[in-house]
Design a protein around this ligand. Structure first.
Ligand code: PBG
Length: 328
């Protein structure tokens, strides 16, 4: 009891603060999202994501070497698919010589030890910008999961270590696990976007990949019939428990900062590693405020990353990974 106990004793110097600090960010915490495009020598800045780029395969190779040099050990690949290759079924996703498959090979040959995770969802390949096949105004569940299973096999055969389904179809973890098993791909892991919310924070990402749902008749204009309602908490726990039961090796909560309560709930609930995705809108907000001189970029960035880890995340997918590691 005060005055015998004075909590400020543990804050009197940087040394004592270091000694009692509970949460420390290291390069090992990060999963680095990368956007890949066709072409050569391309490094295009994404308008709503300052200092973040779409890279052609030659630049992807350079980037991955740099990341490895910096001590970063895992990447999460996304591809921007040319419009003429998009259709309702995501046919191009299964092309063994497609952009994703070549991107996986590029990373693995540049840097064999770099852990490669791949986005498994139809939206970059969908002419409607949906994560599933569209029919009569609905997003088909089981038909989509079948394609995701095939897609996962294709990524694994190209060299992916983990597939990361980000679509939120029911039962897709089981479908993917069984598809991988049937091909003997027993070492390929699954990081499930287990609790992914229908969030407005994904806007800049959809700019990056040109993957927003299109405005045409009889196509849902948002993803609310598959991604979760931001108002719900129990549903996140149920989704996550089901994914673990279906064989997810890692589960993810997405977005990050607005969902720290969910990160903590899930961390307390399951025994697998928990990842969090600090999404494009979170990145854009801080970049914009910093550009205006309204927030201290580096201090706010580190505070947010600490908050994600303190909330219970074991892995952080973040566009700030390089910025952060430079400061550590
Ligand atoms: C799509 C996907 C999205 C993100 C990752 N995978 C967008 C969406 O669901 O519409 C968002 C990532 C971000 O905003 O940084 N399957």
């Amino acid at each position: 009891m005060y005055p015998l106990i004075r909590n400020r004793r543990l804050r009197t110097s940087e040394s004592i603060r270091r000694l009692v600090r509970e949460t420390v960010i290291t390069p090992d915490d990060f999963l680095v999202p990368l956007f890949v495009v066709e072409g050569k020598g391309i490094k295009e800045e994404i308008a709503s994501m300052p200092n973040y780029y779409r890279l052609s395969l030659d630049n992807l190779e350079k980037e991955v070497r740099e990341l490895w040099q910096m001590g970063l050990c895992a990447v999460l690949l996304f591809v921007k698919v040319p419009d003429n290759l998009k259709d309702n079924e995501g046919t191009e996703a299964l092309n063994s010589n497609g952009l994703m498959q070549r991107a996986i090979q590029t990373v693995k040959s540049a840097c064999p030890e770099m852990l490669v995770m791949t986005d498994v969802a139809l939206d970059p390949y969908s002419s409607f910008g949906h994560d599933g096949i569209v029919a009569e105004g609905k997003i088909l569940n089981d038909e989509t999961s079948e394609v995701l299973g095939e897609m996962s096999i294709s990524h694994a055969q190209a060299g992916a270590d983990f597939v990361a389904p980000s679509d939120m179809m029911d039962g897709r973890i089981l479908t993917i696990r069984e598809a991988l098993e049937n091909e003997g791909l027993t070492d390929t892991g699954i990081m499930s976007y287990a609790a992914k919310y229908a969030s407005a924070f994904y806007g800049p990402f959809r700019d990056a990949l040109d993957s927003a749902p299109v405005a045409v008749q009889n196509v849902p204009k948002d993803k609310k019939t598959y991604q979760m309602d931001p108002a719900n908490r129990f549903e996140a726990i149920k989704e996550t428990q089901m994914d673990v039961a279906e064989g997810a090796d890692i589960v993810m909560v997405k977005p990050g900062l607005a969902y720290l309560d969910i990160v903590r709930e899930i961390r307390n609930e399951v025994e697998v590693p928990v990842a969090v995705y600090q999404v494009s809108g979170e990145y854009a907000m801080l970049k914009a405020a910093a550009e205006k001189g309204w927030l201290d970029h580096d201090a706010v960035m580190l505070e947010q990353l600490i908050a994600l880890k303190r909330a219970g995340a074991n892995i952080i997918a973040s566009y700030f990974a390089k910025d952060a590691v430079r400061l550590l």
